[in-house]
Design a protein around this ligand. Structure first.
Ligand SMILES: *[C@@H]1O[C@H](CO)[C@@H](O)[C@H](O)[C@H]1NC(C)=O
Ligand SMILES: *[C@@H]1O[C@H](CO)[C@@H](O)[C@H](O)[C@H]1NC(C)=O
Length: 355
């Protein structure tokens, strides 16, 4: 089948999502208040926008874990906003749109790479955590331990089963990434890189039991890291992301696009690296086409020489300075025993914003 025809068929199949955005519309789950776990209305799979048939089936079969899937995307986006808080593009989401990032992630940029990685990591993380907390009947703790965790130690408590969370993330988040085009290949790679980060950061937690703090019995279990550690790690991977070029191959099923490292002199990307093949806009000026909001009125750091500093964040346009009064706790006194009382003071701060 020739590529053009395939493209037509694919764009027909994915029409609902394609006209809206080049990235998953179901990420809008993260902003829907109704999907957050516990005490809310049940999730209606048919009403989640942008699900492909495989995801719809998954949703119906495993409805119990859908709140954690939504929670995971939310976690990923919150972490993205933390990691990018001082940057020109700061991971802003648009509440009243299904394409929650606007057109910014339509291009195959580093930013897209990061968001895909952190969102699929978030799904794996949240599903794993909620399974360990016993919120679902189809999953739980990991009991496939081989041998004791250390000499004289025992397995105890609930080991988090990250393999299960990763599996769910792979099934669900990658379900729409089966096109033979370069963007699909990029998304698959970055999604997997995000999930691998979770597996790589699993660590043993141990606790001593015994009289007065002695360690007669030590029990251990596998635990996921703080999600912040995942965010920090993936942010480093964003900074060192590998630029790729698109190659077309003719295979029996038609034209297939794959990615190859652009610079042969650099170490080729591993499964843990993020990859991209389009350059980012500079995000300095507002541009509805690229989805850039520009940096006007953004708060900048006047003492920093980094990207959050006024020079770089304001793209050389300069900045305004105003003073702001903030109420703070002060003159705190510790009272025996045990409380602290404070007074309220007004402190004056300089606030710098981009012109
Ligand atoms: C992120 O950028 C948007 C658009 O410039 C701005 O409105 C928002 O306040 C910024 N958020 C943070 C946390 O700086
Ligand atoms: C501003 O930048 C300086 C130098 O990098 C840093 O020490 C300081 O914490 C920053 N301030 C804020 C509010 O981020």
């Amino acid at each position: 089948m020739d590529y053009h025809l395939l493209g037509l068929i694919l764009s027909f199949l994915f029409n609902g999502t394609k006209v809206l955005a080049g990235y998953p519309i179901w990420w809008s789950l993260a902003l829907g208040q109704q999907y957050s776990s516990l005490g809310s209305q049940p999730i209606l799979c048919g009403s989640i926008p942008g699900l492909v048939p495989k995801q719809l089936r998954f949703c119906r079969n495993y409805i119990e874990i859908m709140p954690s899937v939504a929670e995971g995307v939310k976690l990923g986006i919150q972490e993205c906003q933390h990691q990018f808080r001082g940057r020109r593009w700061n991971c802003t989401t648009i509440d009243d749109s299904l394409a929650i990032f606007g057109p910014v992630l339509d291009k195959a940029t580093r930013e897209s790479a990061f968001v895909h990685a952190i969102a699929s990591a978030g799904v794996a993380f949240a599903v794993t955590r909620s399974c360990a907390e016993g919120t679902s009947t189809i999953c739980g703790c990991d009991s496939h331990h081989k041998g004791p965790p250390g000499e004289g130690w025992k397995w105890g408590g609930c080991s988090e089963d990250a393999d299960f969370g990763v599996l769910v993330s792979r099934e669900f988040a990658d379900a729409r990434e089966n096109r033979p085009d370069a963007r699909s290949a990029m998304n698959r790679h970055n999604n997997e890189a995000g999930r691998t980060t979770i597996l790589d950061h699993m660590h043993l937690k141990c606790k001593c039991h015994g009289l007065s703090g002695s360690c007669e019995v030590k029990t251990c279990w596998w635990a996921q890291p703080d999600f912040r550690a995942i965010g920090d790690y993936l942010k480093d991977k964003y900074d060192s992301a590998s630029e790729m070029v698109v190659e077309k191959h003719r295979e029996s099923r038609g034209w297939v696009e794959t990615l190859r490292a652009k610079y042969a002199l650099f170490k080729p990307p591993t499964e843990r690296d993020l990859v991209y093949y389009e350059n980012s806009p500079n995000f300095c000026e507002p541009n509805p086409e690229t989805g850039s909001f520009g940096t006007r009125d953004r708060t900048c750091n006047v003492t920093s020489h980094g990207i959050d500093g006024c020079d770089l964040l304001c793209c050389g346009r300069g900045h305004n300075t105003r003073t702001e009064k903030r109420k703070e706790k002060c003159h705190c006194i510790f009272h025996w025993c045990c409380y602290v009382s404070c007074q309220e003071c007004i402190r004056v701060y300089d606030v710098h914003t981009c012109k």
